[in-house]
Design a protein around this ligand. Structure first.
Ligand code: MG
Length: 297
């Protein structure tokens, strides 16, 4: 939870309803204080879950700092793909009731180098945009911060040459953009890896080659309009591991934060996160909510 969000009405609704349900919620605007408390074994033993009050970046921060503790989300961020995936309500009181109901789903996490991520990581065009947006920003990042870096990256593009290797690729694959997905959601709801399953112990990887500005726009439009992105320049596969290398360093982002540069190895951590979710998301074998929602949004 960022400092400015502490007076957020949904957060107040969450803590109030949790108290009514007999819980003693602790709200932190400072992750160091949270770390201090969680160091105490007795405190940790009594902790039902962490609530990421924010977006996908906040989720990633918590799963990296405090692995092994159950988690849920009060969606308040720029991008809330994980909360959308499981239809976690954007309402503090309902999130409190969901915590009390206690339905959980054990999902895989991705590992990019040493960093855990919940939704997806990528290397190439969009990671370059994320890096530029973060370098240029002052304060909180919004979707508007991405417009200029997107245009700059499209029109002043340096050629990116990535090589992907994996036990599940017959030979090294040259590409310009790689998206490594843990769950099927992607920014703006684009169906980049729509078949990714959150608990199958595999990452879903989409490699794009011969990318031009025009092709990126066409793939995006095709995705928006048809719910599908297909092309002979795209190769998709699933694997426990993929490695990306390049002759010069290329930025890598995970869930909207710049995290590393090539070379980097991506792995899966099977069922590494216990997520508290609505009952219908806990019980569905394959979460296909994404597909149903695609037409609705
Ligand atoms: Mg998977």
């Amino acid at each position: 939870m960022s400092g400015s969000g502490l007076r957020e009405p949904q957060l107040q609704r969450l803590t109030q309803r949790l108290e009514e349900l007999g819980y003693a919620p602790c709200v932190y605007g400072n992750r160091e204080m949270m770390a201090e408390d969680l160091k105490q074994e007795s405190f940790r033993a009594q902790t039902r879950c962490l609530v990421a009050a924010g977006g996908d970046g906040t989720v990633d921060d918590l799963i990296n700092r405090f692995p092994g503790i159950p988690l849920t989300i009060l969606a308040m961020g720029t991008e809330n793909l994980l909360a959308k995936q499981y239809e976690i309500p954007r309402n503090g009181a309902l999130v409190a009731e969901m915590i009390a109901a206690g339905h959980t789903r054990n999902i895989d996490l991705g590992l990019a180098g040493q960093k855990r991520f919940a939704v997806m990581a990528s290397c190439g065009f969009d990671a370059t945009v994320v890096k530029k947006a973060h370098e240029a920003r002052q304060g909180r990042i919004t979707k508007l911060h991405y417009i200029r870096p997107i245009l700059e990256t499209i029109f002043h593009r340096k050629r990116i040459e990535l090589v992907a290797t994996s036990p599940d690729l017959p030979k090294p694959f040259s590409c310009e953009l790689a998206v490594v997905s843990n769950v099927s959601r992607y920014a703006s709801n684009l169906p980049v890896n729509p078949d990714a399953i959150d608990n199958d112990g595999l990452l879903d990887i989409c490699l794009f080659r011969n990318i031009t500005a025009l092709r990126l726009i066409r793939h995006s439009l095709q995705g928006f309009l048809s719910g599908e992105i297909t092309s002979t320049n795209i190769h998709r596969f699933s694997s426990q591991m993929v490695k990306l290398t390049s002759s010069s360093a290329v930025p890598i982002q995970a869930d909207g934060d710049p995290i590393a540069e090539t070379p980097l190895e991506f792995r899966v951590l099977p069922k590494a996160l216990e997520l508290i979710v609505p009952e219908q998301a806990a019980n569905s074998k394959l979460v296909q909510i994404y597909v149903q929602n695609f037409a609705a949004e």
